[in-house]
Design a protein around this ligand. Structure first.
Ligand SMILES: N[C@H](CCC[C@H](N)C(=O)O)C(=O)O
Length: 306
């Protein structure tokens, strides 16, 4: 099967886009893994199929598949790239300035800016409400493990690992996220850093600890894992994504981390979130909507034989 594709990224979190408006393509997990393979394929964190939406208010439906072939409910960087894909090709009029994207996590209103050539540069996505009830994240922790008795949310709750217990706050943005804030890096064991003499977020051995918690038994649907540090005027984070491994950025992860920082009293409800690939601006507004603003970039187009 010959497939035309377009490669786009949001702060280096990159995706293979396939126009599936009229072909009803079903890719196998192996085909998705091959497309995402950075040596034998195109190379990406995931595949996004652009399909018609059954909802009249939505311009199109974004079907997001992780690099390992597993389906995910939502993709924040991906939906900004989805907006760019539609606006730059005229499926959505640049003059409209906004539209609604359909996703497995429901409709997501998007407003966007274009350059003088009517190409999308930035988008603001209404990512909807964060979900905090443990059973809906989902995360299975016994009540006595929860540090916040009133709400019963998983807030700075200890989850064991071979390197000690790390305190996680669990938030769903349609997909599960487990966020660990490291307030003092010196308290962590040397073996968790690629350089014990320089213990910081950048030297944390995320591939080891992230993989452990991604598949931890307390997460029945696995989870995206974030490690973050709240500085004077921004939140720094890295992410080990469910079904992908470490990515340079994660939109839903940045939203979940912003919510977790506010929930645990480490930050206000509006922050710049600094990721390895760049910065997203996140606001958890008074109506309990999380608004995410960031860029979307088209890298190249091509044709692939599957
Ligand atoms: N990179 C995506 C998140 C993908 C989440 C996926 N890995 C999952 O299984 O939930 C983002 O920008 O939100």
């Amino acid at each position: 099967m010959e497939l035309d594709f377009v490669k786009l990224h949001g702060l280096g979190n990159d995706f293979v886009f396939i126009d599936d408006f009229s072909r009803d393509i079903e890719l196998t997990q192996e085909q998705v893994a091959l497309l995402c393979d950075r040596h034998f394929g195109i190379g990406a964190d995931g595949v996004i199929m652009v399909r018609p939406s059954k909802r009249s208010e939505c311009a199109a439906y974004m079907h997001y598949i992780n690099a390992d072939g597993t389906l995910a409910q939502m993709c924040g960087n991906g939906v900004r790239c989805f907006a760019k894909y539609l606006v730059d090709r005229g499926f959505v009029l640049a003059s409209d300035g906004s539209f609604v994207a359909d996703t497995l996590a429901g409709p997501k209103p998007i407003s966007f800016e274009v350059d003088k050539h009517d190409k999308l540069t930035f988008a603001t996505v209404d990512m909807g409400h964060p979900v905090l009830e443990p059973q809906n994240v989902p995360v299975d922790l016994p009540a006595n493990a929860l540090t916040d008795d009133e709400t019963g949310f998983v807030k700075d709750s200890a989850i064991e690992s071979p390197w000690g217990a790390f305190a996680f706050t669990c938030v769903s943005m349609g997909n599960p996220h487990a966020i660990c804030f490291i307030d003092d890096f010196s308290t962590l064991p040397d073996e968790l850093f690629v350089s014990a003499s320089d213990k910081c977020l950048a030297t944390l051995d995320l591939n080891r600890i992230g993989a452990y918690y991604e598949s931890h038994l307390v997460f029945p649907e696995k989870t995206n894992v974030e490690f973050a540090h709240v500085g004077n005027d921004a939140i720094e984070m890295r992410v080990f994504e469910r079904g992908c491994g470490e990515t340079l950025a994660c939109g839903t992860g940045a939203c979940a981390t912003n919510v977790a920082a506010a929930l645990t009293g480490r930050a206000s409800r509006e922050n710049d979130v600094i990721l390895r690939g760049g910065t997203l601006h996140i606001k958890w507004d008074a109506d309990d909507h999380v608004m995410m603003t960031g860029p979307a970039t088209e890298a190249f187009q091509g044709t692939v034989e599957l």
